[in-house]
Design a protein around this ligand. Sequence first.
Ligand code: PNS
Length: 161
Amino acid sequence: MAKVLYPGSFDPIHLGHVDIIDQAARLFGHVVIAILHNPEKHGGVFTVDQRRNLIHGALAGGPSEGRFSVIAHPGLAVDAAKAADADFIVKGLRNSGDFEIEQQMAHTNLAVAGVPTVYLPSSPERSSVSSRFVREIAQYGGDPSSMVPANVASALKEIFA
Ligand code: PNS
């Protein structure tokens, strides 16, 4: 079976990510989840270690349990794919805006590094979930719990209390 890499910032993991991970695990057997980060600046809400723990907590007991691993990688998605010995990158598409951006990245990643990308459509009920909206809602005292796993909702509540 092919080995696939699902890259993202996962700051934090949300239900849209979980949807794509579950689909990829079902299709390809195992998914390497890559937290891409810039080691020179910690601009995010959660540290890389916290993101990793939140991913493990979010997927525990779900359909992908035992069928994923998590790595953290500074820099390019293609280098993460090579480090993980992945055959290709998986990306989720929510809408045509995602397609525009992802298609450009996919073409570039294939051209510069020979790493192909496959797209998985998001489930319709997850098509408006984004990490940025989750962060903004939590930051301004709103309730993002319909968009994130329960452990992430608790972690956000703690951070922005
Ligand atoms: O969860 P996000 O923030 O939507 O993830 C976006 C991410 C990190 C997957 C994307 O920006 C990416 O692949 N960044 C890595 C940098 C890279 O490989 N750049 C070259 C693209 S052609």
